[in-house]
Design a protein. Structure first.
Length: 405
């Protein structure tokens, strides 16, 4: 068992994951596991591969940027599990796997003889994770789902936007990424449980459930206090003008100022230290009650300088604030370079230059995620994987001729 391997360099070294996922949520989950040392064998359709390879725009070379973002450190096996031979190969792979993860529609894996009950009957220690839009049971089980549809179904979209313009989807694939994180920690916890009990586990991860966890405070406002979320534009959920965005002579500053001492420091930086004595601004409740006056005052003061200068002064005074950065500006921050958050990966097969992607969201003292293998081409490791399983050259050639691989 993994506990016997005291020399592993990463937490999940020695763990093999058989990955039947496509698009974003599942691949992001398995990439997260791969960053921790797990071996990921990615099963792809022999003809088109992972559907996200075709997402356009944008592209890098002939590959979708979406695919490149979430598939580093993996081996690609081009396999058709709909064939009898493909299912036999998949069963051979399961025999060496610790984890099976899939995000097909309900019933597909069962049709291939790769469902949890079938696999667990032969190996009770298998950890099996199914990712779906709405879960494996219930009125909407089996319904197709993508990120934007779940944003709508979760209520997320109705919390974003301006009243005059209507609801707006979140500007990135927040549900996919959150679901991937949820699945990754579910798998990690199941592996830990297996270390203790020797038993595997079935994990049912739903995109809708994962999305709702991100709305927890807003949902509690409704279920506990009866307050329904509304469209606030850029206004802070706190109702405080000191936690909002302000235009400057150049650029914008976003404040996150909540405490009395922070407000006093803010006024000091803005050159108006006496304002903290103004009865309208002296306390939290007073600032809530005089929102418009406070907002107007800050708007006038911030126009006297640039966002970059204000943020430097605010940081020196211990006031939480940030300049509003574009994505290109954000990824060039020296802080990210210091922490190696932006990963430079070697050029994938067929590419003429390296690629840059976002690395892990955390660092650790002993085994910080740091493997740097570029995303694979479709079936790039097919022969290697089948040879390791014991298939000879003739068998592999026959599989290829019959469309199995």
């Amino acid at each position: 068992m993994m506990a016997e391997n005291d020399n592993r360099k990463h937490a999940l070294e020695g763990i093999t994951v058989l990955d039947f996922t496509r698009v974003l949520a599942g691949p992001y989950c398995t990439m997260t596991l791969s960053d921790l040392g797990a071996e990921i064998i990615k099963i792809e359709n022999p003809k088109v591969g992972d559907e996200s390879r075709t997402f356009r725009p944008p592209t890098f070379g002939d590959e979708s940027a979406y695919f490149l973002a979430v598939n580093r450190n993996k081996k690609s096996l081009a396999l058709n599990p709909a064939t009898m031979e493909g299912q036999a190969v998949a069963r051979d792979l399961v025999a060496k796997a610790d984890v099976v993860i899939e995000n097909y529609r309900t019933g597909v894996m069962e049709r291939w003889g790769m469902d949890y009950d079938t696999l667990a009957a032969k190996d009770p220690s298998i950890v099996y994770c199914s990712i779906s839009g709405y879960g494996q049971e219930g009125p909407k089980a089996g319904a197709a789902a993508y990120d934007s549809a779940i944003q709508a179904a979760s209520g997320m979209i109705t919390t974003t936007g301006y009243p005059e313009n209507g609801p707006t989807r979140v500007g990135f694939t927040v549900v996919d990424m959150t679901t991937g994180i949820t699945a990754a920690y579910a798998i990690a916890s199941a592996l830990f449980r297996r270390e203790v009990t020797g038993e595997g586990q079935f994990l049912d991860v739903a995109m809708l459930d994962s999305a709702l966890t991100q709305l927890g405070p807003l949902i509690a406002n409704y279920t506990v206090a009866g307050e329904e979320p509304k469209l606030n534009g850029n206004a802070s959920l706190t109702g405080l003008a000191s936690a909002e965005q302000y235009a400057c002579k150049e650029g914008y500053v976003l404040l996150a100022v909540l405490l009395d001492n922070q407000v006093a420091a803010l006024f000091d930086v803005l050159g108006q230290p006496d304002l903290i004595e103004d009865p309208r601004f002296a306390t939290h409740d007073a600032r809530l009650g005089h929102y418009s006056d406070f907002r107007t005052t800050l708007e006038e003061l911030f126009l006297a300088g640039t966002a970059a200068n204000w943020v430097c002064e605010l940081a020196a005074a211990g006031v939480p604030a940030s300049e509003l950065l574009t994505v290109p500006q954000a990824v060039e921050q020296p802080q990210l370079e210091h922490r190696n958050v932006i990963m430079d990966l070697p050029a994938p097969a067929g590419f003429g230059s390296p690629i840059r992607t976002i690395g892990s969201g955390f660092q650790s003292l002993v085994d910080t995620p740091g493997t740097k293998v570029p995303p694979p081409g479709i079936g790039e490791h097919t022969d290697e994987i089948l040879t390791e399983l014991g298939y000879d050259v003739a068998s592999i050639s026959s599989f290829r001729a019959d469309g199995v691989i």
